[in-house]
Design a binder for this molecule. Structure first.
Ligand code: UDP
Ligand code: MG
Length: 329
């Protein structure tokens, strides 16, 4: 890739869900951080039910660099982010959260790395202030698990905050899979990757939308879309238990010969229950994959757009995404 790139337009993409208390401040901070950079700010309202959309409309009316996409309902963070990336037209794209946890002031540093030739520049969180110990602990556990199971090298504590060159972005957008783990996918595409450390700030206002259930689902999506290892573990477990069973056969024969046969009753009971449990878990793991295959086969769109603002042309997008629905502009 050539060094010393020329920036024509930077697209800054952020998903927004119930951020009425944060969004004005977010746009102001971005404008301030990118004062002399040609940019567009692509904001995706992920089906907010509070004042968020009205605020966004007001902001977009004042500043036509702010482009808006409103989804038909809440599709989740990764789908909303994808919608924004689909609509970005810059030759470099930054994605970040709209709650000011990812500091927009870091964007010029990311751009510098891009100018020097990097295609994917991702932020690695040096410290995460304002997050509960529980969240930090589960995050650490997740990254460790992902590392041991999955085939992509995901750095611990790298979030979705990153800059992508147009080439890498187009590669990423060509992947329309439903179980989306964008930070893993953007590493999977390859090209030249570098990281930049940063301090993650506490949320500016409002609350996190990621409940424990949602985090778990997201984690399994991440693992399942990058690894068959859970299925292989199920097979390994099957072999292990079968071997133990084979060893038990002579034991049973000996017990029978010595007339102590009934003594084994509790062992049998425990074995049946244990095996039943293990089988159910294994079927569950397989089911997780089957469910994901089902989702892929249905081929539903990743998101539906209700309306757009300040987006001049969306031609080409429909063919690429297959997600076009009627929407006023
Ligand atoms: N978000 C979204 N859709 C959702 C949940 C969250 O677009 O269903 C957005 C939210 O507005 C924020 C970002 O995704 O900009 C990260 O969400 P949050 O701060 O709740 O997650 P956390 O930082 O706690 O992991
Ligand atoms: Mg947040």
């Amino acid at each position: 890739m050539s060094a010393g790139r020329e920036l024509e337009l930077l697209s800054v993409v952020a998903p927004v869900y119930q951020e009425e208390a944060t969004i004005d401040r977010f746009c102001a901070v971005v404008a301030e951080a990118l004062a002399d950079i040609p940019y567009e700010l692509v904001l995706v309202d992920d089906g907010s039910t509070d004042e968020t959309w009205r605020r966004l409309e007001r902001l977009a009316a004042q500043d036509d660099r702010i482009r808006l996409i409103r989804l038909s309902r809440n599709f989740g963070h990764q789908a909303a982010l994808t919608a924004g990336l689909d609509h970005a037209s810059g030759n470099a794209v930054v994605m970040l959260d709209s709650d000011l946890q990812d500091p927009p002031s870091l964007i010029p540093t990311l751009l510098e790395r891009w100018r020097a030739g990097a295609d994917v520049v991702y932020g690695v969180r040096r410290n995460r202030s304002g997050e509960s110990r529980f969240k930090l602990g589960t995050a650490r556990l997740f990254y460790r698990l992902f590392h041991s199971l999955a085939s992509v090298e995901l750095e611990s504590n790298s979030g979705d905050f990153r800059l992508l060159d147009r080439t890498a972005l187009d590669a990423l957008l060509a992947m329309r899979e439903r179980s989306r783990f964008l930070r893993g996918m953007s590493i999977w595409v390859g090209f030249t990757q570098t990281s930049v450390p940063y301090d993650r700030d506490p949320r500016y206002a409002g609350e996190t939308k990621f409940t424990l259930g949602r985090m778990l689902r997201f984690s399994f999506d991440a693992v399942a879309s990058f690894s068959y290892r859970p299925l292989q573990l199920a097979t390994a477990l099957g072999f292990l238990i079968s071997s133990i069973t084979f060893l038990a056969i002579p034991v049973v024969i000996v017990l029978k010969l010595t007339g102590n046969y009934l003594y084994g009753f509790s062992t049998v009971e425990i074995t049946i229950l244990l095996l039943g449990g293990i089988q159910l878990i294994t079927i569950g793991v397989i089911g997780e994959y089957v469910g994901r295959i089902f989702d892929e086969v249905k081929g539903r769109p990743l998101y539906l757009v209700r309306s757009r603002h300040n987006l001049a042309s969306t031609t080409g997008l429909a063919e690429r995404t297959g997600t076009e629905v009627a929407g006023e502009d």
